[in-house]
Write a protein that binds this ligand. Structure first.
Ligand code: FAQ
Length: 364
């Protein structure tokens, strides 16, 4: 994909040089200093009891986990609901681009692993919705916000999967980016349920990344046509994958508050840099080129410097004008409507069970 051009296409239908050896986190990088002072549109926090707030912030400073029944500032609760619900929606919508290829996987082995991966993403979504519910929100309302288009989900899932190689690159780049982001949450997030959920999610994402990279390594070592297909997928997914980490720190209204309260440990730019540092040697290992002429190792910082990100494209996709936004929402709405009978049956079953339990209690 050329920089700045949104591809319109069918939306439905320990050694970094070793392709199969991944560690979720890189050694520490020296990132550019975060510029979180400018918080363009961060909404003001409601007034809180100063004593409780000071106790809460002392707990955060001591590295204690905040649990659902603990006192927390309203802004902390709202930030977590926002972030966790967007994350859960991303996992659910994220099933669609790869789901597009389940019926066309090139072998039984590839089909089985893709089926398992897509199911895992569904599990992550449900798991994170459960985590969000510990903050006193109703999952039905969160899902309604997704279906109406009010809620955000990750920009990356608004790009089409045009060839089989896209499935491999999603595992490699998208799960790879998710691991970098979520390992930080699993290790450091101050909210206990979210932190614990991320431990299991990261283990599964790590496996997804391995299967994606292995698939791309196979294509890269295959026929010239397979190799071209792999390179084309890398070219199209690289920049959108960097955008997954969110706007640059200077334009990130939520980061300062999230970092102050220990929800996010690292800024968007720090994690993006970590991902680039991790991925460049992997691309070199399979002989594929990352589509950025400015990519260069910087011996002073120990980082791979990269070219400018097209933030106009990012915001266009976030605001609903990506190649597949409309299609993704339509697909989710269709699935929700077609699943109504399952929800009705589960509700009727629960009512029957509750009635039986009440009858047994009366009889005892
Ligand atoms: N797409 O102030 P910030 C996955 C929004 S899971 C769309 O920097 P924050 C697994 C942001 O919400 C991928 N919107 O926000 C998988 C905010 O809007 P709001 C999801 C974006 O929260 C793999 C506004 O821009 N991962 O891939 C994006 O500090 C394969 C300003 O941004 C997570 O959710 C974006 N990329 O940082 C599944 C991880 N970036 O709410 C299937 C947890 C920003 O103020 C297949 N989340 N925005 O209206 C996070 O780490 C953070 O929430 C960020 C955003 C980094 C996503």
């Amino acid at each position: 994909m050329r920089r700045g051009i949104l591809v319109r296409g069918p939306c439905r239908p320990p050694n970094p040089l070793s392709p199969l050896d991944f560690r979720p986190e890189l050694p520490p990088v020296t990132p550019p200093a975060p510029q979180l002072v400018s918080t363009p549109t961060a909404p003001a926090a409601p007034a809180e009891d100063p004593v409780k707030l000071a106790e809460f912030e002392a707990r955060i400073a001591r590295g204690e986990s905040i649990e659902p029944k603990d006192w927390m500032p309203e802004r902390y609760r709202r930030q977590l609901v926002r972030m966790m619900s967007q994350h859960a929606h991303s996992e659910i919508v994220g099933m669609l681009p790869e789901g597009n290829w389940i019926t066309r996987a090139p072998s039984l082995r590839r089909k089985l692993s893709l089926l398992a991966k897509v199911q895992d993403e569904a599990g992550h979504g449900l798991y994170i919705y459960c985590g969000a519910e510990t903050l006193g929100v109703d999952r039905g309302e969160l899902v309604a916000d997704l279906l109406s288009g009010k809620a955000k989900y990750s920009s990356i899932f608004n790009y089409p999967t045009l060839t089989w190689a896209d499935v491999g690159v999603i595992g490699w780049f998208v799960d790879g980016a998710a691991i970098v982001n979520q390992t930080a949450l699993a290790k450091h997030c101050s909210y206990g349920p979210y932190k614990r959920a991320m431990v299991r999610v990261c283990k599964e994402e790590n496996f997804h990344k391995k299967q994606g990279f292995e698939s791309i390594a196979t294509l890269a070592a295959g026929t010239p046509e397979q190799r071209r297909m792999a390179q084309d997928a890398v070219d199209r997914w690289w920049w959108p994958s960097l955008m997954m980490f969110g706007p640059s720190d200077a334009d990130s209204p939520n980061s300062a508050e999230l970092m102050r309260w220990g929800i996010k440990k690292y800024s968007n730019d720090e994690l993006r840099q970590r991902f680039v540092n991790l991925t460049v040697p992997q691309a070199q290992a399979v002989g594929l080129t990352l589509p950025d002429p400015a990519l260069a190792y910087n011996p002073e910082t120990g980082n791979w410097d990269f070219g400018p990100i097209d933030w106009d494209e990012f915001w266009a996709v976030v605001k609903g004008d990506g190649p597949c936004n409309a299609d993704r929402l339509a697909a989710r709405n269709r699935a929700h409507d077609e699943g109504a009978w399952v929800r009705d049956a589960a509700t009727a079953h629960a009512a029957k069970q509750a009635g039986r339990a009440a009858g047994a209690a009366r009889a005892a």
